[in-house]
Design a protein around this ligand. Structure first.
Ligand SMILES: NC(=O)c1ccc[n+]([C@@H]2O[C@H](COP(=O)([O-])OP(=O)(O)OC[C@H]3O[C@@H](n4cnc5c(N)ncnc54)[C@H](OP(=O)(O)O)[C@@H]3O)[C@@H](O)[C@H]2O)c1
Length: 420
């Protein structure tokens, strides 16, 4: 099918994994009428896959160039990305970005800039790579109440967990393998410490519930302290450990957000999400449960999402953020608990951790793999001690959903509703 519209002139800022992937998918679809007119990168000395005269080193020039119809920002520097994107929006421009860290930190300002100056920002590629979750929430479920949006939003940590479960690899060698495969960042803390999926949960909260969360206030626990013993214990129960980022509507109507490792059985669709894949489960009030599964990272899958945004920008699509008008109150940690599994290889440290988390020493258990503890822990305690837990390499996973402190773990849905 021939495209009768004038070619859309694109300024591409960043030519790494995502920038090159986007460039490649555009080249493979010439009939779409997209032309990548200018490309800006950072380092003049890097070898490139295109002739040197295709590149400039002044991204600001692209943001200001009136000959460009759309800007695609895919650099790896969140502060610089915010500067460039906000300058472009102040000029009323149309922009697509993949930068989840920038969005999570600055979403309210970026939405305001669009309202003030008439520009548009789309960012499908920023959450779960190729999975069209933002548009699904923003456009399709714009008016349907959602009970929960949860999922595996980080392919690197999921790859590590899969490899550990497959052949009993320890954490260090599974991480080294993920890095060698190009799935993990050079600094693995963002992925393994669950900072990256937390950014994605914050972005989804704006579309799923109309709330803007401060990422620092959302509890995130990662897998840096995980060991083969944790995987083995989960396997003995017929379960797997996955890092689950979740947004949940509480029985009192408020919304909470939490990102932690979680033990899951085969009844969860997330149980089957392996390696670098991502998965999202929506629990919609009227539509019921939905599950989206796909590649969460990589040049072509992420480039595909950027392409979809660029075409949507040409059609004049803007996010509606429809639920902002009826946004519920947020309850991040107060009066909430989760049923936790807690382990540290040093039993003395573990005992100390139990006092921080206000868990009874009776919670300690010993089996063939060593010592661990289980019990209901207040989210406030986990949040208060999260830096220390991370520093000491304590592994904490939830074994069930977040619930109000007043509700027993085994309460029925009706009893839960009656208690809050
Ligand atoms: N990789 C993925 O699968 C994936 C998936 C979803 C979202 N994202 C997000 O997409 C963005 C890009 O990720 P990536 O993996 O493509 O990063 P990357 O491979 O490290 O590439 C980053 C690119 O940005 C350029 N750059 C950095 N600072 C710049 C500046 N000030 N001006 C112009 N160019 C600049 C770099 O230039 P040089 O080439 O000169 O170094 C490089 O071309 C990040 O926000 C990331 O979180 C990535």
């Amino acid at each position: 099918m021939k495209n009768e519209e004038a070619p859309l002139r694109i300024g591409l800022i960043g030519f790494g994994c995502v920038g090159q992937g986007f460039y490649d998918v555009v080249q493979q679809r010439p009939e779409l009428g997209l032309v990548i007119t200018r490309i800006a990168v950072k380092s003049p000395d890097k070898p490139r896959t295109l002739p040197a005269d295709r590149f400039s080193f002044q991204a600001d020039d692209l943001a200001a160039d009136p000959a460009l119809d759309v800007l695609v920002e895919v650099i790896d520097d969140a502060a610089e990305a915010f500067r460039l994107v906000s300058a472009a929006l102040r000029r009323g421009r149309r922009v697509a970005t993949a930068n989840k860290a920038m969005l999570a930190r600055h979403l309210p300002e970026l939405v305001q800039l669009q309202a003030d100056f008439g520009g548009t920002l789309l960012y499908e590629a920023a959450v779960c790579g190729s999975i069209p979750i933002i548009r699904t929430l923003d456009q399709y479920f714009s008016h349907e109440p959602l009970r929960a949006v949860s999922g595996i939003f980080n392919g690197s940590s999921n790859y590590v967990l899969t490899r550990m479960a497959e052949d009993g690899s320890d954490y260090g060698s599974a991480l080294a393998e993920a890095q060698a495969q190009g799935f993990a960042e050079t600094d693995p803390a963002l992925d393994m410490g669950a900072f990256d999926p937390r950014s994605k949960a914050v972005i989804l909260a704006a579309h799923a519930y109309g709330v803007f969360l401060n990422p620092n206030e959302v509890l995130n626990l990662g897998i840096e302290g995980i060991a083969a013993a944790d995987i083995a214990r989960a396997a003995a129960l017929g379960q797997k450990i996955k890092v689950v980022a979740g947004l949940y509507r509480l029985p009192n109507g408020r919304v909470t957000a939490v990102v932690t490792p979680q033990l899951l059985g085969p009844e969860s669709p997330l149980y089957a999400v392996e390696r670098e894949f991502n998965g999202v489960v929506l629990e919609a009030e009227f539509a019921g449960p939905q599950f989206l599964h796909g590649r969460g990272a990589g040049g072509h899958p992420t480039g595909s999402a950027v392409l979809a945004d660029v075409l949507a920008l040409r059609r004049g699509l803007r996010y509606g953020y429809a639920k902002r008008a009826t946004a519920p109150a947020v309850q991040l940690t107060e009066d909430l608990v989760l049923d936790a599994y807690v382990r540290h290889p040093d039993v003395g440290v573990l005992r100390e951790v139990l006092t921080w988390l206000e868990l009874d020493p009776e919670a300690l258990r010993t089996d063939a793999h060593g010592t661990y503890a289980t019990g209901a822990v207040a989210l406030e305690q986990l949040q208060a001690w999260r830096a220390e837990l991370r520093q000491l390499g304590v592994f904490v996973a939830r074994t069930g959903e977040v619930r109000p402190a007043a509700v027993p773990a085994d309460a029925s849905a009706a009893a839960r509703a009656a208690l809050v």
